[in-house]
Structure formats: structure tokens, C-alpha cells
Design a protein around this ligand. Sequence first.
Ligand SMILES: Cc1cc2nc3c(=O)[nH]c(=O)nc-3n(C[C@H](O)[C@H](O)[C@H](O)COP(=O)(O)OP(=O)(O)OC[C@H]3O[C@@H](n4cnc5c(N)ncnc54)[C@H](O)[C@@H]3O)c2cc1C
Length: 395
Amino acid sequence: MAETYDAVVVGAGVVGASTAFHLAKLGGLKVCVVDRGPVCGGGTAKSCAIVRSHYSVPSNTALTLRSLEMFYSFPDWLEQTEADAGFVNSGYLIIASEGDFADKLRGNLSMQADVGAETFVISREDARDRHPLLDLEDAAVIGYEPNSGYADPYLTTTSFINAARAKGTVVKSDCAVTGLIEKAGRVTGVRTQDGELHAAHVISAIGPWTRTLTDGLGLEIPLEVSRHIVLTFRGAAPYAPDLPIVKDLTTANKMYCRPASGGVVLVGTGDHGDPVEHPDAMDENVADDFVLHQGGQLAHRMPSLAEARLTASWVGPYDITPDWNPVLGAAPGLDGLTLAFGFSGHGFKLAPAVGLALAQQVLGREPDVDIAAYGLDRFAEGRLLTGVYGVGSIS
Ligand SMILES: Cc1cc2nc3c(=O)[nH]c(=O)nc-3n(C[C@H](O)[C@H](O)[C@H](O)COP(=O)(O)OP(=O)(O)OC[C@H]3O[C@@H](n4cnc5c(N)ncnc54)[C@H](O)[C@@H]3O)c2cc1C
């Protein structure tokens, strides 16, 4: 028999979890979250979960600042004393060598300050004081954000889900949605492997899998999926958990590093990544030459890690739109359906604020951060949110 809710959120990654929680918190809605797998079993589980406000698109910075407020007051915002995002306020350093990116970095730092971010240029000496492992000989500009850090993606997502549950939300895991129920331009629910779920509002938050539900609905969904590799290395001494995150714009693949549990350093890339035909068919292998390449870049930036050993590797999907920014909001021409996809490798930090803004929009309220510019029709109308750093998740 069909079940009826006020809202059905498809996808229990960090975006779906945050949206469900905010729908329940702000509107008191009867919400159902449905995922084909476990909670936090998709791209969020592979995330490096860095929360930095450095962007060149001002609204991305505004969303991150709103998310940061939530990370800093997580149990209060979630109204659950046990809620824990695992957030570590390590700070964030971003490095560019002389040239194009140096100018862009300077310009973006002042733009972000205008949006309200605490971020500024620091000297090599100051950067070395904050992160003594760094060699900064080739650094022309170094930006610093004292309030940024990194979180735990699993803890964050499950905390949102638990807080939503405490407000009456029903969570169905291992329950694939097989299609949307649509008639005469209105979506009224979803079909699942276990029956129909009816709702006035359906929120699709299934990231790389979005087209598996939207194809055939007449929506033009510009979405590519790519594969990203994360490595962890252990040096002779433990990598301290409070060392600032490092974004190295001098590297072609826009390498970034952050501390990870167990005294290792986690290393990822902010580039396009390898194209993937389908997110369920991602090659999990990590080539030795990639490990050597990343290890070499790491040793260039932190010479004391030249002898570091690889301790772990994994791959995860980016769901990429043409401007490397997400699609958020009502599906054009389809009442009842809200879209949230295309986070292009930087959705973890946006998710708390995005879930709030989407819930506010669904409830007919003014969002804390305006997300109107993120609508799907921006592609057809040529209003892209393209950042200045070119291809990549820094946007
Ligand atoms: C390697 C890597 C590193 C990253 N690092 C960062 C970072 O440092 N900072 C940052 O801000 N962002 C980062 N990101 C990006 C960020 O993690 C993602 O943008 C974010 O987690 C996406 O969350 P989501 O909820 O949209 O998608 P997902 O977590 O992928 O969730 C989608 C869910 O939909 C479910 N689903 C799919 N199809 C169906 C169906 N038919 N029925 C029901 N359920 C379905 C899936 O099972 C999944 O649980 C990184 C991403 C990767 C891959």
C-alpha cells in the first residue's frame, strides 16, 4: 500500500540528510528519506570534507559561511546534544606562484572579505609558523582562512539523519527509488522497490545518479561524472591534526592536503578527474604512477615527507555541471520536484546551508542565502556561475 508524507527526499547523502532535517525542523513536515543503500553510502562517504570559504563565485562563499556557522554550533543547530560533525578548526592555506593564479587569488581574497569571510594574505614566514612542514620558496601569494577546517562526512550525515529522525522523519535505507510519479507536469511521489511513496514535495538529492531518475521527464540535465583518487601518507613523525589544510594552486591538478586520523596526511586533487560512464562502474584501482606523482608533489611542498609511505587509497565520484556549480531549486516545468545535484566536488561544505535554503524554498520562505542563481535553467539561458580558476572544484 502507498504511504503518504509531506515530503520525500531521495538520497541519504549529506545533501539529502541536511534537507530532510531542515524540512522537519523549520516546517514540522512529515518527511521520508529514502536511499537505495545505507545512509551515507554514496559520494559523501568518500569525501575529504574540507570546509573552506575560498571561492571565486561570491554566493558559494556566502553558502559556506552559513554552513560554518552550523558546524560551529552543530549540537545546538541540530537540537541534539550528541550531534557531532567531527569538525576540526585547522585553518586553510591557499598557495599560488607568480602569474595568473596569483592575481586571481588576490582578487578573490578581497571579494570574500566583502562577502563576510575572515581571509587575508599572509607572509611566507607567517605561513611557516602556522605549518612548519611547508617549503614556500615558489609561493608568490598565500591566502589564509583562520575559521576553516575539516569535518567527518559520515558523522555529519548521520547526525543530520538522527536529528531528522528525532523530529519524526522516516528513513528507508536499502530501498531503491525506481521512478518518479508524474502526471500532467506535477510530481506527486516516487515508486520504490517496496511500493509507492506519495508527497506534495519530492526532493531529488542523488548526486551522480540524478539522470537515472530524471531521464524521460523532459529535463535537460547537464551532468558528467568523474573519478577522483584520495591517498593518505605517513611520514616519519605523525602529521598533526591541527595543521592547516593546504591548497596548492602551483600544481597542475590543484592538489590539496589535510590531516587525517592516525597521524597521516590526506592528499587529493581538485581537477577534472577521469571521466566515468556510470557511477556504479567506477574503476577502484589506483595506479602506481599516480601515487608516485602525488607523492612527488607532496614532497616538493613538504620536503620532510619525501620518504612518506602510502597508507590508504580510495576513489569517489564528482557529479560535474558545465560551470562546476550545483543545480538547486524547483525543476522547471515540473511542479512538486526540487533538484539538488551537480556539486562538482565541493558539496560537502555547502550541504548544511543548501539543505536549509532548499527547505526554506520548499516552505515558501525567503532563504537565508539566496540560491535563485543556481536554478537549472541557467544553462539554457546562459547565466553560468563559472569561477575564475578554470576546470576544478575550487570554482
Ligand atoms: C574524493 C572526494 C573528495 C571530496 N572532497 C570534498 C571536500 O573536501 N569538501 C567538499 O566540500 N566537498 C568534497 N567533495 C564533494 C562532496 O563530498 C559531495 O559534493 C557531496 O558529498 C555530495 O553529496 P550528495 O548528498 O549530493 O551525494 P551522495 O553522497 O552521492 O548521495 C547520493 C545518494 O543517493 C543514493 N541514490 C542513488 N540513486 C538512488 C535511487 N535510485 N534511489 C534511492 N537512492 C539513490 C545513493 O545511494 C547515495 O546515498 C568530495 C568528493 C569526493 C568524491
